[in-house]
Design a protein. Sequence first.
Length: 174
Amino acid sequence: MKKLTAALIAGLFALGTTPAFSQSAAPNDAQIAGIVVAANTVDIDAGKLAQKKSQNKEVKAFAKQMVTDHTGVNKQATALVKKLKITPEDSDTSKSLKESGDATLAKLKDLNGAQFDKAYVDNEVTYHQTVIDALDKTLIPNARNAELKDTLVKVRPAFVAHLEHAKHIQASLK
């Protein structure tokens, strides 16, 4: 569950373009669910691109892990929101995530080889740190449903693990 849920928000800031993570008002549970779905989808798309474009074995393996984790989390998130009778709702944050993810993918598509690997991994480091900050400062404090909040709390260690893994790869690419 940790691995899967970690991927849940992993797409939050995929690929170097960090979207705004604040809204004029604190997000409600439906908006938090929408943010999670958007974040997941963005990181799945980035991971799929990295699996296709990278020639680096370690980067490809990391990208595969991101796709696997985020796909699993999407399934888990869908089951949870159905159980809780919450319909994910768009917010400024979820819209920004989608737009930033699309822009980053467009940038990455123009890169190849070591340039691509570095850009992808640098983004994953920044993204995971941003996700951890978002969990701590926005998502967890504003989740009202106890089960949703508990899930967000449980995913945090997986994000930390993803961040450390991405930093390890980043160091090897320099």
